[in-house]
Ligand binder design. Structure first.
Ligand code: PLP
Length: 422
């Protein structure tokens, strides 16, 4: 029987040696991530135990889904985990964008103003807000928008934010992760400072944090530092790779009630929403999430170091602290970007034989290439990469359900890049 190793799997000796050196240099960082994972696992476990999670909660409901005790306990577990008054965790929330739209449209009224104090938000928010004309946008409902960009050095523009807050300002949307930009990701501590500042100027501004990709990375969550709503997707960090769909909003009771009435209907709120047998998977995914996030973090740091050593510019740099699981690499050329994505795809458990090609994705102004050989379609907690085919040809890379696969995928990408352009 032949032995399987990295060289059998198509990685050159040069890269295998580089990987060994890198892993040796990262021992201490990986140890810290392991310790963080352990604490986060205890947080999740305690939330499950405190809510007396039991097998009966896994039962499925259909139709209206009245009195679904599994759904209630799932939301109570999220409530405990985030230290909030209330939680809405539903498979009827179809993705992160939907969760964000829900949180905004449920809590804003005509005449109100929305503020982004951290620059332009994630691409899909453009159409929610109406930055790009869109049917059903907040703008159509008479909700105005103001944006204060970060300063050149990445700091908050406190003077600009103070000047932007006015009697109409009702809600501030704060994006934790870099998204598809190369601005730094915000730490929970920085988010806390920003929220305190906003509330010192106008205490009743609802502060909402787009928590996508940030969950379980820091010791605290935005809800621990004053966020009124914390919002994210279940096919990212908290689904642990198992959740097949879903989104969550946790926070102040008043805000979450508004979200529930908007998601279903005034009068019905949280009382309806059949779980169709998915509760068990959402809970098991949450139970796995600390370990999955830790693997993805290790993969991101490993990738940063490897690509730095290969002479590429990376964001964040390998030795910087992490506040989300995303790693960006400037691939310099279209060929480099394409090779990176081909390598990630070739390392996938699903569709590894498929070659990804750039295409004109709706909502983007240039062709985009994506690699995602995932079990859950489009799940970016699984090893995946994508980037727009335009200068400086930045690839955004994230995920990995386990470290072994993340490491292999990154090495495979590097092998493709070396073969194609180096
Ligand atoms: C992924 C993401 C979203 C949107 O989530 P989808 O599930 O893709 O709709 C919003 N904001 C940020 C920062 C994200 O990373």
């Amino acid at each position: 029987m032949s032995k399987i190793d990295l060289s059998v799997m198509g990685i050159s000796d040069k890269l295998i040696y580089m990987a060994e050196d890198i892993e040796n240099s990262l021992k201490e960082r990986f140890y810290k991530i392991d310790k963080q994972e352990e604490i986060n696992e205890l947080r999740v476990l305690k939330a499950m135990q405190d809510n007396k999670l039991s097998e009966g909660h896994f039962a499925s409901t259909t139709g209206y889904g009245y009195n679904d005790i599994g759904r209630d306990v799932l939301e109570d577990i999220y409530k405990n985990l985030f230290n909030t008054e209330a939680a809405l965790v539903r498979q009827q929330i179809t993705c992160g964008t939907h969760a964000l739209n829900l949180a905004l449209s449920a809590n804003l009224r005509p005449g109100d103003e929305l503020l982004s104090p951290v620059g332009k938000p994630y691409d899909t928010m453009d159409e929610i807000i109406g930055i790009r004309e869109s049917k059903g946008s907040l703008k159509e409902y008479g909700i105005s928008y103001r944006q204060v960009d970060l300063l050149e050095n990445g700091d908050f523009d406190y003077d600009g934010i103070k000047a932007a807050i006015n009697e109409k300002t009702k809600l501030a949307t704060i994006q934790r992760s870099r998204g598809y930009s190369t601005r730094p990701t915000l730490s929970v501590e920085e988010i806390g400072k920003l929220i305190s500042f906003i509330k010192s100027i106008k205490p009743d501004v609802i502060c909402m944090v787009d928590n996508c990709y940030g969950e379980l990375v820091d010791e605290l969550e935005p809800s621990d530092v004053g966020a009124d709503m914390t919002v994210g997707s279940l096919i990212k960090n908290l689904g642990g790779g198992l959740a097949p769909i879903g989104g969550y909003i946790v926070g102040k009771k008043e805000c979450i009630e508004q979200c529930a009435y908007r998601l279903t209907s005034p009068g019905l709120g949280k009382e309806v929403g059949a779980t169709l047998g998915v509760t068990h998977t959402l809970l098991q995914g949450l139970f796995n999430a600390p370990s999955v996030v830790a693997s993805a973090l290790k993969g991101a740091i490993f990738a940063a170091k490897l690509y730095e050593d290969l002479g590429y510019e990376v964001f964040p740099k390998a030795d910087l602290a992490r506040h989300d699981i995303i790693q960006a690499v400037n691939m310099k050329t279209a060929d480099g970007l394409i090779a990176f994505c081909e390598g990630i795809q070739a390392a996938a458990p699903v569709d590894s034989y498929v070659v990804p090609e750039p295409w004109a994705m709706p909502g983007y102004d240039s062709d985009v290439i994506m690699a995602a050989g995932t079990f859950i379609s489009g799940a970016s907690i699984e090893l995946s990469a994508d980037g727009p085919l335009k200068e400086p040809y930045t690839v955004f890379f994230q995920g990995g359900l386990n470290y072994g696969h993340a490491k292999y995928g990154i090495l495979k990408s590097a092998q493709y890049v070396i073969d194609a352009v180096l």
